[in-house]
Design a binder for this molecule. Sequence first.
Ligand code: ZN
Length: 268
Amino acid sequence: MNYDQIMQLALERGFYFPSCEVYVDAQAGFWEYGPSGVSLKNKFVELWRREFVRRDRMMEIDGSQIMSQSVFMASGHLSSFADPIVRCKKCKSIFRADRLITEITSMVVPESADLSEFDKIILEKNIVCPRCKGRFDNAHKFNMMFKVGIGPESESAYLRPETCQSIFVDFPRLYKTMRGKLPIGIAQIGKSFRNEISPRQSLLRLREFYQAEIEVFCNPNKLDNLEKFSEVENTELRIMVGENIKTMTCKQSLDSGVLPNRLVAYYL
Ligand SMILES: [Zn+2]
């Protein structure tokens, strides 16, 4: 069975299905987990909690999904969490510039490329709208965060695009109230939201999805000061060294200088 067949079967058996499907204005990129889907998801979450959170004695939090504008100003998401898009002048269809170019010419242009780079390639390769053969406007950036208005004055806030934001914002309080000792992992699983331009069918690229994230806070001057390293020193890792994948233990990877310190080796 390939991926598409498995996803089709899961759909037929009610593991997941489109959100709001009885209405014509149902939007793409939103899905429901049915009873079997929830059971499966819960098993993943339990495995994640057991293997990461409990095993490494991390702290788990459950933060708010709506966060204030200042958070995303500080994180850089307001200015840079954006995709390059182009709009057809004729039928007004919108495409992600980097994907459109790759699909039509097989050229790979990083999504972070300068906007003028997309315009240049579209002109040079004579790329037109796949739907109506129309020409495109100049590329521009589209911020992928969902904006929400708080209260009657509709103050700007955003649905978090990643679960890590509250981990960073909450770190000082957690460190103090939980009497943390570095290095310390803070974990969170929950919903994240991204206003994707073209969500794919099925569960690969969604506008609302679960994310399980862990941030490990450490003292950069004490990256080799890690007692629990002895638990993993003989654990084998597969590491890309130059062009080759090498299998070596955590200890060997440090002794040979492939990995820079015990903290990195431990969490790998
Ligand atoms: Zn068009």
